[in-house]
Design a protein around this ligand. Structure first.
Ligand code: ADP
Ligand code: MG
Length: 306
């Protein structure tokens, strides 16, 4: 790494405007979720740390089974963590009363699921589907219709307003689903592989709708995706591995991206596998304090050998 590279990295880390752990809109701290069945215990989340600032649009990636959906279920207020801390917009997700949880799910978060059929009611038109969450939130009828029409317009799908899901393509259904999720102006929009069942072009339209929700409606967006097209377009990509956040990529729009790793409260960090392999790191590594950074070296002595 050259000096210029390093200065850029440091400047970038300063500018990343990532708030301290307690300032984020979404804060997960050492989050644990254990599923117990009669025979087995699955640790879906094993001490996950994540902070998302207001207004961010973050992609979550990771192998199947790494805990992405578990995390989103918890953040959506559907599921409860086993231990740790999770706060979203001032709500403590481990300590909400039933009543607070209901209000939280109606007003603070919106979600889009992968399965198109799970997002929309089949017997309602797109406009009616968008108006429905507002009804639950007791918005007067005329305001509901006006806002639903406006949202469909802002997210670029006004032409579908009077059609039922069966008369929409998969991509159109998911775009309407994004609009439904924004109906009550949620602070946080969660989407679990919303483009997973779509072809590339439709997937891109859905992502555009998510981005408009972020940029024009001000929702903080957290989207689980396998689609490199999506993760290539967001500024921040967080990788989950084995139920913990491992590395992050930050990029300027259209840029290559720089890799970061997460340092937890105890000072632990996980090095990306390619660094570990490239520099032959294993067992004990040697640390050196340098000007403005820390060096991590293979233990040449390798006393562990033998
Ligand atoms: P991802 O969305 O990243 O593919 P999930 O969050 O769905 O991963 O799952 C993480 C792990 O937790 C997996 O091993 C999965 O089998 C397990 N798991 C998820 N939900 C349940 C559940 N309700 N009961 C038991 N195990 C579960
Ligand atoms: Mg999943």
């Amino acid at each position: 790494m050259t000096d210029t590279d390093l200065r850029r990295l440091e400047a970038r880390a300063r500018d990343a405007s990532r708030p301290a752990a307690d300032e984020g809109l979404v804060v997960c701290d050492n989050l644990v979720r254990v599923f117990r069945t009669e025979e087995v215990e699955v640790q879906a989340l094993q001490g996950l740390d994540l902070t998302v600032g207001e207004g961010e649009c973050v992609a979550l990636v990771g192998a199947s089974g790494s805990g992405k959906s578990t995390l989103l279920s918890i953040l959506s207020g559907l599921d409860l963590p086993t231990a740790g801390r999770a706060r979203v917009a001032g709500h403590d997700l481990l300590a909400m009363s039933r009543r607070e949880r209901l209000g939280y799910r109606r007003r603070t978060v919106g979600f889009v699921w992968q399965q198109t059929g799970r997002n929309l009611l089949p017997y309602l038109t797109a406009l009616e589907n968008v108006a429905l969450p507002m009804k639950y939130a007791r918005v007067p009828r005329d305001r509901r219709t006006a806002r639903a029409a406006e949202l469909l317009d802002v997210l670029g799908i006004a032409n579908c307003r009077d059609r039922r899901p069966a008369e929409l393509s998969g991509g159109e259904q998911q775009r309407v689903a994004v609009v439904v999720a924004t109906a009550n102006a949620p602070r946080v929009l969660l989407a679990d592989e919303p483009t997973g069942e779509l072809d590339t072009a439709s997937g891109e339209d859905v992502f555009t709708a998510l981005r408009r929700a972020n940029e024009e409606l001000g929702a903080t967006v957290l989207v689980v995706t396998h689609d490199p097209l999506v993760s290539g377009q967001v500024r921040r990509t967080v990788r989950i591995r084995d139920g913990r956040t491992s590395t992050e990529t930050l990029r300027e729009r259209g840029g290559e991206g720089e890799e970061f790793t997460v340092l937890d409260r105890a000072g632990r960090l996980q090095l990306p596998r390619d660094y570990v392999e490239r520099y032959g790191l294993r067992g004990r590594v040697r640390l050196t304090g340098e000007a403005g950074h820390v060096g991590v070296w293979p233990d040449r002595d390798d006393r562990s050998d033998g």
